[in-house]
Design a protein around this ligand. Structure first.
Ligand code: FAD
Ligand code: NAD
Length: 468
């Protein structure tokens, strides 16, 4: 039986990054993945393919709507969706083969097959057509990720009732698409199809899009999405979705009463969150169990009830984000190597790759209010920036929230062009516990979108932005 210092189950951003760091720190490391390709949800059916389609569809939409204003005539535009999907598949396969390379380079033993605990020191790896393998390790990291949440009444058949996984593969453009959930997936994939010409209706249970983000972000992103033609039904709950012939039929109702009614479309994309995935892992054989929501409980060191078994990423809950999973992987492995790493959950950024993008780090205004923390807010609109006028990306704003008494920045929220990249700077400001004055006094290159951050920091610090 092969024996390792560390065996990691699941090769998503949590698992494969943990494997690399463990190998770098001298551990004899193995990684088990049930699929043929490495990279997990993020690389295969999540971050990377969705961003490839977001980029392609944004180019198409730009060519259709703004090229002319820039003095560029392109004649009759033609959409080749199959080619767009082919390109996306090529991006995915290049990216996942990059992980194969990294595993080899770091001499990580990769097993393809489904891992299940035999006991708390041994895992059985099974693969169709192959004999099972038993593998032992001193320590384990469970990084088995998540799957789309689809209640039974949604009759998920992958035909007309689909999740993000199938939506990323549609090579015939739907005329109409119903999206359940105005969260991250609903807005990202909804905008992909809206840009290409599909009539998209998003049904959301709560009263706004992106309900976990700062309210101003929800408000600000809605205008450009509506401009795309996306329709929103807020305060509506979907009870049932099913395939009828070649249509998806969705039964819904206003949240506070109202007559139930039906909507029909070519597809219904269910985007109401993801559930932790531990199916067939036989946690009980290792002396472990999940909580009532299916997550694996862990302590602040990310140890499970067995101190030599750790769990990270989507399967432990918290923000279901690739970079959160990665940081947790590194955090666990560095502890195992005797280091003293730190994880700052309150400074994990989140990004929605619509256009304009939405990006956020730290506390929202609603959270500060609820916690009774005295704060001041500074806002600056993108439309007042020279850079935004030059490119025509006028929608959006930056909002800086700082402590009312000591001026420490507590949250930064951005809707606007390149917000996804700007937020990295906001993360450093929070990491180094900068004040709004610090952020306002730095020199920012001109003309850039980043200048909106300086102006919002000025607005938060002394209420006097320069260009408005
Ligand atoms: P996963 O990536 O889910 O990987 C878990 C792996 O474990 C899988 O490969 C699975 O096959 C394997 N596995 C499970 N059980 C077993 C077993 N018993 N034996 C062997 N292998 C097993 N996050 C971002 O930060 N940015 C984005 O832009 C973004 N876009 C997204 C877009 C979409 C459409 C979706 C669905 C998600 C997106 N996410 C994004 C979320 C991100 O993909 C996840 O947060 C991230 O992949 C979680 O990483 P993980 O390592 O915990 O798990
Ligand atoms: P989400 O949690 O972001 O949004 C789900 C939405 O569905 C919520 O607004 C919720 O109120 C609504 N909802 C729930 N039940 C409903 C019902 N019956 N009727 C109407 N609305 C209902 O979930 P998601 O969009 O499915 O994304 C799943 C996870 O994937 C998220 O945690 C996210 O972090 C991750 N993800 C991240 C990115 C990114 O980082 N850019 C992209 C895609 C996905």
């Amino acid at each position: 039986m092969q024996t390792f210092d560390l065996l990691i189950i699941g090769s998503g951003p949590g698992g494969y990054v943990a494997a690399i760091r463990a190998a770098q720190l001298g551990m004899k490391t193995a990684l088990v993945e049930r699929y043929n390709t490495l990279g997990g949800t993020c690389l295969n059916v999540g971050c990377i393919p969705s961003k490839a389609l977001l980029d392609s569809s944004e180019r198409y939409h730009e060519a259709q709507t703004t090229f002319e204003e820039h003095g560029i005539g392109v004649g009759q535009l033609k959409l080749n969706l199959s080619k767009m999907i082919e390109r996306k598949n090529a991006v995915v396969s290049q990216t996942v083969s990059g992980i194969d390379y990294l595993m080899k380079k770091n001499r990580i033993e990769v097993f393809h097959g489904h891992a299940a605990f035999e006991n708390d020191k041994t895992v059985r790896i099974s693969r169709k057509g192959k004999e099972d393998q038993l593998v032992q390790a001193e320590r384990f990291i469970i990084a088995t990720g998540s799957k789309p949440k689809v209640p039974p009444s949604f009759h998920y058949d992958k035909k007309r009732i689909i999740t993000s996984t199938e939506a990323l593969q549609l090579d015939k453009l739907p005329k109409q698409l119903l999206v359940v959930g105005a969260g991250v997936i609903g807005l990202e994939l909804g905008s992909v199809f809206a840009r290409l010409g599909t009539e998209v209706t998003v049904i959301e249970y709560l009263d706004r899009a992106l309900p976990t983000m700062d309210k101003d972000c929800s408000k600000e992103i809605l205008r450009p999405l509506k401009k795309l033609g996306m329709k929103f039904l807020f305060n509506h709950q979907v009870h049932e979705a099913k395939t009828q012939g070649r249509k998806a039929v969705v039964a819904l109702q206003k949240r506070e009463g109202g007559e139930p009614f039906q909507l029909k479309a070519d597809y219904c994309l269910v985007a109401i969150g993801r559930r932790p995935y531990t199916d067939g892992l036989h946690l009980a054989k290792a002396g472990l169990k999940t909580d009532e929501r299916g997550f694996i409980p862990v302590n602040e060191k990310l140890q499970t009830a067995k101190e030599h078994i750790y769990a990270i990423g989507d399967v432990v809950g918290g923000a279901m984000l690739a970079h959160k999973a990665e940081e947790e992987g590194v955090f666990v492995v560095e502890q195992l190597a005797g280091q003293q790493p730190a994880l700052h959950y309150d400074r994990i950024p989140s990004v929605v790759y619509t256009w304009p993008e939405v990006a956020s780090v730290g506390r929202t205004e609603e959270e500060l209010k609820k916690a009774g923390i005295p704060y001041k807010a500074g806002k600056f609109p993108f439309r007042a920036l020279g850079r935004a006028r030059a490119s025509g990306d006028l929608d959006g704003m930056v909002k800086v929230l700082a402590h009312k008494e000591n001026d420490e920045i507590l949250g930064i929220h951005i809707v606007g062009a390149r917000a996804a990249d700007l937020i990295a700077m906001a993360v450093s400001l929070l990491e180094y516990r900068a004040s709004a004055e610090d952020a306002a006094r730095m020199t920012y290159p001109h003309p850039t979108f980043a200048e909106a951050l300086k102006e919002a920091a000025l607005a938060a610090w002394d209420g006097k932005p320069l260009h408005i």
